[in-house]
Design a protein around this ligand. Sequence first.
Ligand code: SAM
Length: 206
Amino acid sequence: MKPHNLGNRFRQERMRRFLNLVGQQARRRVRILDVGGTADYWRALPGLYGRKNVEITIVNLDEREFDDENLKIRQGDARELSHFADRSFDVVHSNSVIEHVGLWRDMQRMATEVRRLAPRYFVQTPNYWFPLEPHFRLPLVQFLPEAVRAVVVEALKRNPTRGAAIEVVRSTILLSTGQMRALFPDARLERERFAGLTKSLIAVKE
Ligand SMILES: C[S@@+](CC[C@H](N)C(=O)[O-])C[C@H]1O[C@@H](n2cnc3c(N)ncnc32)[C@H](O)[C@@H]1O
């Protein structure tokens, strides 16, 4: 199977898990906050997008996308969402974002915001210990020192300069099970597996 198709399969399966979490409230109005989300993600995955009783708000550093009748898109930083009051949402969702917000202190700030904004949440991130690094699609690269990772990323030619490569490396920091537990102590940790190994981790609070 091509990596793209495999990625889609995992996303669909992940959405099924998320629907189980939201499903308990399916008949009532459900307010979802997607931290670091994109409109394409919701449009591509059947289940919640387009449902009348579901309101989806996306916050992302990047504000390139536009609202539609099912999605509100707001510019915002996952680490500082004080413009939303406590429990403004029913569920917080976040897919492949916490590994991009910065160092441990930044991840803690995002986790605090997720836990503050809704009684339930669903936060997914790739597993540090899975042998294939998903962003660079290279085996074991996450175990190399930062300076060596920057050389590798520069060599992949996705970044024109060493400085840009260092920026990418510093904003792509994978997390382990223990770290996810420390960030989300009130959640259950679910595992997505591939070939018997844990490919990604999902902190789920019901
Ligand atoms: C790998 S993409 C995932 C996008 C989407 N959640 C998905 O699964 O398709 C990471 C996203 O996190 C966003 N992001 C990174 N740091 C952020 C921050 N501090 N606050 C909000 N969004 C952030 C990026 O702009 C990017 O859209």
